[in-house]
Design a binder for this molecule. Structure first.
Ligand code: FMN
Length: 178
């Protein structure tokens, strides 16, 4: 089994995937890992919509056409859209947001990190996609959910070997007070 350090330090955002299908059992394992995250008041505010095949194609078509309507700079969104079009699986991540607390966002983000690490431990690649938030409202309407959109995640067998991104050191980000 992969050590915690291998999982944490070996994970990369993977943006190119093989066409190979990801079996539902793997997806279930990965989502199960997400459900073991800590959550504010154990509210388990995470919900997931797993898209493959036609449901994924329809979603990415809708996302692309919503991006086309925007008149401001959407950053890397078209690149993220292409990535979702090409990935075998896209998982839309929701926040039930019952109380409107910021901590509910934290819960769902913790779940996503678990999900990314479990996928990596199973040899699968993922990328966390915040760019879907540019079209949040349209996505919520499309799925007719009473929740807030948190992110999307692409998932698949990696066809890339990206170098690690530079990291700030412990000294850069920490002060020790006594
Ligand atoms: C909140 C959040 C939003 C992100 N949104 C996107 C995105 O929309 N598109 C994308 O290609 N990558 C996205 N990423 C991935 C980051 O670019 C990536 O995690 C970062 O560059 C560090 O690289 P690493 O994941 O390989 O360590 C996002 C990551 C996080 C945590």
């Amino acid at each position: 089994m992969m050590s915690i350090d291998e999982a944490i330090k070996g994970r990369r955002s993977i943006r190119t995937y093989k066409k190979t299908e990801v079996k539902e059992d793997f997806i279930r394992d990965i989502v199960e890992a997400a459900t073991f995250a800590p959550s504010a008041k154990n509210g388990q505010q995470w919900r997931f919509t797993v898209l493959t095949g036609e449901s994924k194609d329809k979603f990415t078509d809708m996302y692309r056409s919503e991006l086309d309507k925007l008149t401001f700079d959407v950053g890397s969104s078209y690149g993220s859209c292409t990535m979702m079009e090409r990935a075998p699986v896209v998982i839309v991540v929701w926040n039930t947001n019952k109380l409107g607390w910021t901590t509910e966002v934290h819960s769902v983000s913790a779940a996503i990190q678990n999900l990314l690490l479990k996928a990596h431990a199973l040899g699968l690649g993922t990328c966390w996609i915040g760019d879907v938030l540019y079209t949040s409202e349209a996505i919520v309407d499309y799925f007719k959910k009473p929740w807030k959109l948190l992110a999307a995640i692409t998932l698949g067998w990696s066809d890339a070997n990206p170098k690690p991104k530079p990291r700030l050191s412990v000294n850069d980000v920490t002060e020790f007070l006594n």
